[in-house]
Design a protein around this ligand. Structure first.
Ligand SMILES: [Zn+2]
Length: 447
């Protein structure tokens, strides 16, 4: 035994209990009774009543490096993640240049991530019109699945799939028994919606109607049913689509869904006009929709809660919702934001651990992650669940200090984060990377 962590509240798959977690070789050796005395000389971390959660697994992060590293880079993103209790992130294939759509492009991303990652990092590949023959080599090279857009992505180098392309991609991915993850908005429904532009949030909301999500998810269900593909709905915003997803799953379609902290904690009625730090696509909808998304989580129709951290430089957040870059930065805040709202709604930390660690780890096939149990990696988020803090954007570790949560008071302070048995942050301060003496210790994960 190389380390023992002791707490009165350890979130395990069997429930929350007082326990001592024994770590050997970077893995959890066993979850033992709280009073267990380790062999003499073993370091013991006494955590009192602070909660040991499995380290969060955030499967939806846009790091943007190389190519748009001024938006976000691997060192800054993974430092922010670690400070927020995230121990694994999976990088999205777009907004970097090149996008992760061929094996050489994947290698370029891995080259910039190597030696800079404070936590473990995996990669999604991208499915575009025209890269069908790159999917198998990418799968063999270790990407965890493939992302596609059904409507314009916002960047020219990552075009969307039309219905014909979607069918071909879904067929190939089914042959690989891989996972297809989809930005589901229908381009014709978007084009048919009023596009007024300007600073009013209500106008922006009207430009991204619920029907666009519904129609694209229906097309995804259809192709998954016909081709047998395992599919996943990214950043579900419209709760209107919940019955559709539930019905598809009930008939055996292999479909899962995620939503994001901003859809669960923010509401359209509260977004100030011109406040484009709240812009994302699909958009934050009304408070009643937010309630319905919480019901979808409670019912198990929505599996995961992940950040969709998608930053840019501050100058791109112009006060016009049509012109501003879409993306909300919350990598460091997701756990506290979701817990603040979850506890208000009577949900538990076990629920939060399932939504933000266990389910995303399973989605990405990361069997060493996602739970505090013997055999898994010793990745932990240690949380003071009753303490509050006010978000100071300038104090966050991601590269550009812009966030929709600025000034909000959140409940749940991340005391420390542990990666494979090693403490990587202490009270939000990174312990690895400059100016610390030890190099970042994150690994690059492959399928
Ligand atoms: Zn995204």
């Amino acid at each position: 035994m190389e380390l023992l962590l002791r707490s009165t509240r350890v979130v395990t798959p069997e429930g929350v209990r007082a326990a001592a977690v024994a770590v050997t070789g970077g893995r959890i050796a066993a979850v033992l009774p709280h009073g267990t005395e380790p062999p003499p000389g073993t370091p013991v971390e006494e955590l009192g009543d602070d909660v040991i959660l499995p380290g969060l697994v955030d499967t939806h992060v846009h790091v943007n490096d190389p190519g748009r590293a001024e938006w976000e880079g691997f060192a800054t993103a993974t430092r922010a993640a670690a400070a927020g209790g995230v121990t694994t992130l999976v990088d999205m294939p777009l907004n970097s240049i090149p996008p992760t759509t061929t094996v050489p492009h994947l290698r370029a991303k891995q080259a910039v991530a190597r030696g800079r990652a404070h936590i473990d990092v995996g990669f999604w590949g991208g499915a575009l019109p025209g890269n069908l023959d790159d999917l198998r080599p990418l799968h063999d090279a270790g990407v965890l699945g493939f992302k596609a857009f059904l409507s314009p992505s916002g960047v020219d180098e990552f075009p969307h799939l039309d219905r014909h392309d979607l069918d071909a991609v879904a067929t190939r991915i089914a042959e690989l028994d891989a996972l297809l993850i989809v930005h589901a908005e229908d381009p014709d429904r978007l084009a048919g919606a009023p596009q007024r532009g300007g600073p009013r949030y209500a106008d922006f909301l009207a430009s991204r109607p619920r029907a666009a999500e519904h129609e694209a998810i229906a097309a995804l269900v259809d192709v998954a049913r016909r081709r047998g593909t395992r599919v996943h709905v990214l950043h579900l915003s419209s709760a209107d689509a919940l019955p559709l997803i539930a019905a598809a799953r009930a008939e055996g379609v292999r479909i899962t869904a995620e939503t994001c902290p901003h859809f669960l904690t923010l509401a359209a009625e509260e977004v100030p006009d011109g406040a484009t730090e709240f812009k994302c696509c699909p958009p934050i909808r009304e408070a009643a929709n937010r309630d319905a998304l919480w019901a979808g989580l409670a019912d198990g129709v929505v599996d995961c809660v992940v950040s969709d951290h998608s930053p840019c430089t501050a100058d791109l957040k112009v006060p016009d919702f049509a012109e501003a870059w879409g993306g909300i930065s919350s990598l460091q805040l997701g756990l506290s934001a979701v817990w603040t709202e979850a506890r208000r709604r009577g949900r538990t930390l076990a629920d939060v651990a399932r939504w933000m660690s266990t389910a995303p780890a399973a989605l990405a096939g990361l069997s060493a992650k996602g739970a505090v149990e013997g055999g898994r990696d010793a990745d932990f988020a240690v949380l003071a669940p009753d303490e509050t803090f006010t978000v100071d954007a300038a104090a966050l570790h991601h590269r550009n200090p812009v966030t929709a949560y600025a000034g909000r008071t959140l409940t749940g302070v991340v005391r420390s984060t542990w990666l494979r048995g090693r403490k990587v942050t202490d009270h939000g301060t990174p312990l690895t990377g400059p100016p610390a003496l030890t190099a970042p210790t994150g690994r690059l994960l492959e399928r």
